[in-house]
Write a protein that binds this ligand. Structure first.
Ligand code: PLP
Length: 400
């Protein structure tokens, strides 16, 4: 059975072109880029080439890119750097819907005497900039707001926020792990101070990421040791993966516009068909402002985990916002922050696509989902009632 992979916000397959560039550096070219000899030294050049490619994808200068081990490290580093640089400032602003890489690090800082404001979102997952303006004070070390949400794909108004914070000389970090490589980002136009990205979300391997730090931003390293990354991130470079990340960024930049159109077409086809064929389904998040590859759907009267297990029998991979399957015991904090009803959170499924998905794969999901949903609803007393359409569901998304 072939795998039909619709879980690309969790991780993506490594592109073959990326693997091809990496392999020699896992086999024969194993030197240390810091070595004096030619064998190691040639890898220094390769690492710098990769840095240039990552920089180019986001409109940065190569010196503004620091390689890290993952998106989580980039996020932790940005926050820690801010609080170390501004030791007298004790207020951090973030949102309720961040990835745990930001959310839990901020919670950790509350135990160290920091005050953290977690901004709310509305029922479409949008952020109201007035909420940010209300809490700005003189004590802010950092504002950290994600570029786009991993669960719903909703994109925040990062450019507007960045302008507001720049005017007030407040440090601003954005977690762009889900956005880089999926939508255009140009740090020349976008006055953020720091920006995180992660290799495995854009067809590079796991275990490599980067942090963009705008020239002139005061920076403190999170991992301290040797002189790698110009003293900004110690540890012998993960050369093969860094080269892979460079190649992945080059590929993403080359076909970004075409890919956006392609993914949006597939995603919209899937979404429209499921909304039509399954009763009592809603889309979670702002459908007019989200990543082109993501749809988050709530199927009332079913457990997301049960749906995942059933579609898994057909080789289809997706993820759910309900407990356990998402690796935590809590239902999605993102959907809860949006005020999505509990039953809808438990029946939520995220499909996240990549350039390697095909229309035939979409058609397969469209073919099997309605039967699976119907079958699972027959197992629940509420679902059975709904099947005879006698009760009006308050969350029903009526199609035009
Ligand atoms: N930030 C966001 C928005 C993410 O979606 C993820 C991973 O899912 C991360 C950070 C963490 O990235 P990594 O898995 O590379 O540590």
């Amino acid at each position: 059975m072939n795998t039909i992979y619709f879980d690309n916000n969790a991780t993506t397959p490594v592109a073959l072109e990326v693997l091809d560039e990496m392999l020699p550096h896992l086999k024969k070219l194993y030197g240390n880029p810091s070595s004096m000899h030619t064998f190691g030294g040639q890898l220094h050049k390769k690492v710098e080439e990769a840095r240039g490619k990552v920089a180019q994808l986001i409109g940065a200068e190569p010196e503004e890119i620091i390689f890290t081990s993952c998106g989580t490290e980039s996020d932790n580093t940005a926050i820690m750097s801010a609080v170390e640089s501004l030791p007298n400032k004790k207020h951090i602003i973030t949102t309720r819907v961040e990835h745990p890489a930001v959310l839990n690090f901020c919670k950790h800082l509350t135990r160290k005497g920091f005050r953290v404001t977690f901004l709310p979102v509305n029922n479409l997952g949008q952020l109201n900039i007035d909420e940010l303006l209300k809490v700005i004070d003189k004590d802010i070390a950092l504002v950290s707001i994600m570029y786009s949400n991993n669960e719903t794909g909703v994109i925040f108004p990062i450019a507007d926020i960045a302008e507001i914070l720049k005017e007030r000389r407040i440090l601003f970090h954005t977690d762009a792990v889900q956005a880089v490589g999926k939508i255009p980002i140009d740090t020349k136009e976008l006055p953020v101070d720091m920006l995180s990205l992660s290799g495995h979300k854009l067809h590079a391997p796991k275990g490599v990421g980067a942090l963009y730090v705008r020239k002139g931003t005061r920076f403190y390293p999170f991992i301290i040791g040797g002189h790698q990354e110009r003293g900004r991130r110690a540890g012998t470079e993960n050369v093969a993966s860094i080269i892979g990340l460079g190649k992945a960024c080059e590929l993403a930049g080359k076909n970004l516009t075409e890919e956006i159109t392609y993914l949006k077409g597939l995603r919209d086809k899937l979404e429209t068909a499921l909304l039509k064929s399954c009763p009592d389904v809603r889309v979670n998040g702002d459908i007019n402002n989200r990543l082109p590859n993501t749809t988050n759907l709530s199927f009332e009267y079913v457990e997301g985990e049960a749906v995942l297990l059933r579609i898994n029998e057909y080789g289809i991979c997706a993820s759910s916002g309900s407990a356990c399957t998402s690796g935590s015991l809590e239902p999605s904090h993102v959907l809860r922050a949006m005020g999505v009803p509990f039953t809808a959170i438990h029946g939520s499924i995220r499909f996240s696509l990549s350039r390697y998905n095909t229309e035939a794969e979409i058609d397969r999901v469209i073919e099997i989902m309605p039967e699976i949903i119907k079958e699972l609803r027959m197992l629940s007393p509420f679902g059975r009632d709904r099947l005879d359409q006698s009760i009006k569901c308050p969350y029903r998304l009526d199609l035009p």
